[in-house]
Design a protein around this ligand. Structure first.
Ligand SMILES: [Zn+2]
Ligand SMILES: [Zn+2]
Length: 130
C-alpha cells in the first residue's frame, strides 16, 4: 500500500472508531498506534476525506470543528458542559432545503445543532449538589 493511502486509511478508521471527534482528538488517537504520523498529516487527510465525502465535517459555532463518520445528513446535540457531540435519532427534514430564497442562491443543505447537557454531565452535577 502506498504511504499516502495507508495514512488516509488510518485517519479514516480513527474517525470511524471515534465517530464524532475534533482534529486534535483524532490526531491523539492515531498517534497512540502510529507515532510517526504528524498532526499536519492528520489534518490534511481529514480535509481530503471530507472533500471525497467519506466523512463529514461539522462546523462548530464555538470551539473546534468536529469530524463525523456518518455522511448522510443528520442533526446533532452538543453538550454545553463537556462539548461532546451526539447524533439526534430524528428524521432529517430535507424539505427545509426548499425554503424560498433569493433567486440565484442555491441551497445545498442545512445544519441544526441542539444544545443541552448530556446524561453523564447531568449525573455529575447531581452528585455535586448532594
Ligand atoms: Zn456532557
Ligand atoms: Zn453525527
Amino acid at each position: 500500500m502506498q504511504r499516502n493511502t495507508f495514512q488516509r486509511q488510518v485517519v479514516l478508521s480513527a474517525v470511524q472508531t471515534l465517530c464524532h471527534a475534533t482534529a486534535d482528538e483524532i490526531h491523539r488517537f492515531v498517534a497512540a498506534s502510529h507515532p510517526g504520523i504528524s498532526k499536519a498529516t492528520v489534518y490534511r487527510n481529514l480535509g481530503l476525506l471530507s472533500e471525497n465525502g467519506q466523512i463529514s465535517h461539522i462546523e462548530a459555532t464555538s470551539g473546534a470543528d468536529y469530524f463525523d463518520c456518518t455522511t448522510s445528513p443528520h442533526y446533532h446535540l452538543q453538550c454545553t458542559e463537556c462539548g461532546k457531540i451526539f447524533d439526534v435519532p430524528f428524521l432529517y427534514l430535507g424539505e427545509l432545503n426548499h425554503i424560498p430564497v433569493d433567486p440565484g442562491f442555491t441551497v445545498t443543505g442545512h445544519t441544526v445543532l441542539f444544545k443541552g447537557v448530556c446524561a453523564l454531565c447531568n449525573n455529575n452535577k447531581e452528585r455535586k449538589i448532594k
